[in-house]
Write a protein of this length. Structure first.
Length: 201
């Protein structure tokens, strides 16, 4: 099975036909998709300027989408390296029990669904790397009451039956991400639970 970098080379290889290059970009999302596969694809297509169903997009637009994905992946991999180093140090110092951030992190190892968007058409508009930097900053500071991505504090609502683990959680009704519980205060989580979202049919 090809890895992310091998697939990225196929996207860039001008000797490959366009169908293979597009397919390889889609396959990259099986290795790294911060919003989930469908929402990340929708985001990349929107930002690069081609349709999700476009079978013959401009090759330059495919590469632009890949470059955005690669930049975001570099941000996330650096965070994962720092996280792993911190856990090694904590274990060395005798702290064996992981915290709530660690529990969340185990569900997102590799970068899949770190800012899960349950509705694939509702996701942040900003570059993926910027979104991940905001999310990482929130994970590294004290919990707050707002969405770490768009700073909306009046649009958190609890949703059940999410298509990703955990199966329920606070969703930002402004930018669409499932907000990681560790970045929110108990009060913000309680308010989100009181504002439940209806599950779409």
């Amino acid at each position: 099975m090809a890895g992310f970098r091998s697939l990225a080379r196929q996207v860039r290889d001008t000797r490959n036909d366009l169908a293979l290059r597009r397919y390889s970009l889609r396959k990259c999302l099986e290795r790294f998709a911060p919003y989930g596969h469908r929402a990340t694809w929708d985001h990349l297509c929107s930002r690069a300027g081609f349709g999700p169903e476009d079978r013959s997009p401009d090759p330059a637009r495919l590469v632009a989408a890949l470059e955005e994905l690669e930049e975001a992946r570099a941000v996330w991999l650096a965070y994962e390296d720092d996280f792993a180093e911190r856990r090694r140090k904590e274990k060395h110092d005798g702290l064996r029990r992981p915290g709530s951030t660690d529990d969340w992190h185990r569900l997102t190892w590799g970068g899949f669904g770190v800012a899960w968007c349950d509705d694939p058409t509702v996701h942040p508009d900003e570059p993926l790397a910027d979104v991940l930097r905001r999310l990482i900053s929130a994970l590294e500071r004290e919990p707050g009451r707002a969405c770490p991505v768009c700073a909306g504090d009046d649009g958190l609502a609890w949703k059940h039956d999410l298509a990703h683990e955990p199966s329920s959680g606070p969703v930002c009704t402004h930018c669409g991400i499932v907000v990681p519980r560790p970045v929110l205060t108990p009060t913000a989580l309680a308010q989100a639970r009181r504002s439940r979202m209806l599950v779409s049919a």
